[in-house]
Design a protein around this ligand. Structure first.
Ligand SMILES: Cc1cc2nc3c(=O)[nH]c(=O)nc-3n(C[C@H](O)[C@H](O)[C@H](O)COP(=O)(O)OP(=O)(O)OC[C@H]3O[C@@H](n4cnc5c(N)ncnc54)[C@H](O)[C@@H]3O)c2cc1C
Length: 342
């Protein structure tokens, strides 16, 4: 089939990779360039936190999350970066005065899915064996199933792959005004396709009801004095931070969560909170270099869950909120299996 996709962010790319495997011909539209940074998928830390995200999410994300974890390796292989996937588990810790936060967190997860009772409580010596740099923390939990995708590498490699593919035409810097019934409209023109997908994230808010943005801010730090190898969260009564390691002692530190569609640069308050928290977690961050400060908005629906909507010759996928990497492969698989586009 001749298929049009509006929005080549995270969902648009995962869709495109799946549809190419099925032998379709694709036309992609994005208001950004192929290597631009407007997509939330470019800002994301890429954590596959199938348990930890349950603290503030419905348990349905657990099944989708586990399915996505199974699907990511093939997608990354398809774009030539199998090594951008890591599933070595993650660490959840807190300062001693906040241990009640830690206990409450684990109890919440157990309440949501029985599998959470397998999450392992580590004492200091077990923690040091896994992550010697976290030695100052006497108590932590280890979630072996969790991992991460290097989000920025995925975005770059998928751009390279799609741009080079003979069955893909990519219209860059084209703002789509409408997606409906086999049509993608832009600049007063409409093109028709056998099927169209609307994957514009927050950009679809004129056609998707109750879609809102949830602002998130992250730092990238280069910290040669820190050697943490797994995604690590620190719980705190006022803010929760995560540290996601990337190659060469680079760390993504995030993320704020603010009910706002403001994509302007990071606020002083957010930077103070994120940096103080990360420094309190490991003093080696004192001499880290700030290499990037990013802000974006997560496309979110009322129930904070993803939504697939099929119409005549059209499918919309939206609402991946803070779980795009965790959920997109499974949500796309579900959309394509159930879709009548075949
Ligand atoms: C700070 C932050 C950290 C995050 N960390 C994680 C994480 O660790 N793990 C995780 O699972 N998820 C994470 N996420 C969430 C994840 O990034 C999103 O859920 C995901 O990117 C949503 O995918 P999407 O394709 O719907 O939207 P996007 O990735 O935003 O893509 C939408 C695309 O549509 C294009 N577009 C918009 N409007 C138009 C238009 N009118 N015409 C043409 N093109 C248009 C945009 O340019 C963009 O390329 C994070 C998000 C943020 C902001």
């Amino acid at each position: 089939m001749n298929i049009g996709i509006a929005g080549v962010g995270l969902v648009g790319r995962v869709l495109a990779l799946n549809l190419l495997r099925e032998g379709h011909t694709l036309t992609l539209f994005d208001e950004d360039t192929a290597y631009g940074d407007k997509a939330a998928g470019m800002t994301a830390a890429g954590m596959l936190a199938v348990f930890a995200e349950l603290e503030s999410a419905e348990s349905v994300i657990f099944d989708h999350g586990n399915r996505s974890i199974a699907l990511w390796p093939d997608l990354l292989e398809q774009v030539g970066i199998a090594d951008a996937y890591q599933q070595e588990g993650s660490i959840i810790t807190a300062h001693p005065q906040d241990y009640n936060e830690l206990d409450h967190f684990i109890e919440t997860l157990k309440f949501k899915v029985p599998e959470a009772s397998e999450i392992k409580l580590l004492d200091r010596s077990e923690l040091i064996q896994l992550e010697p740099d976290l030695e100052q923390h006497a108590k932590a939990f280890f979630i072996p199933q969790e991992g991460q995708v290097d989000a920025q590498r995925f975005m770059k490699a998928s751009s390279d792959y799609l741009l080079a593919h003979p069955d893909v035409k990519w219209h860059q810097k084209i703002k789509v005004s409408e997606v409906s019934e086999g049509k993608i409209c832009f600049a007063g023109l409409c093109e028709t396709y056998d099927w169209v997908f609307d994957a514009r994230g927050l950009g679809a808010n004129d056609q998707v009801e109750n879609l809102r943005g949830v602002r998130g801010e992250v730092f990238w730090l280069d910290a040669p004095e820190v050697n943490i190898t797994r995604p690590t969260r620190m719980l705190h009564p006022r803010y929760k931070i995560y540290i996601v390691p990337r190659p060469n002692n680079r760390y993504v530190i995030g993320a704020t969560e603010i009910e706002s569609e403001d994509k302007s640069p990071m606020s002083v308050r957010s930077s103070l909170e994120l940096l103080s928290a990360v420094y309190s977690m490991h003093s080696g961050f004192a001499e880290a270099r700030i290499v990037n400060m990013l802000t974006n908005c997560r496309p979110t629906l009322k129930d904070n869950l993803p939504k697939i909507e099929h119409g005549t010759k059209m499918t919309r996928i939206n609402g991946l909120y803070r779980h795009g990497y965790l959920l997109a492969p499974a949500v796309v698989e579900q959309a394509l299996n159930k879709g009548i586009y075949k």
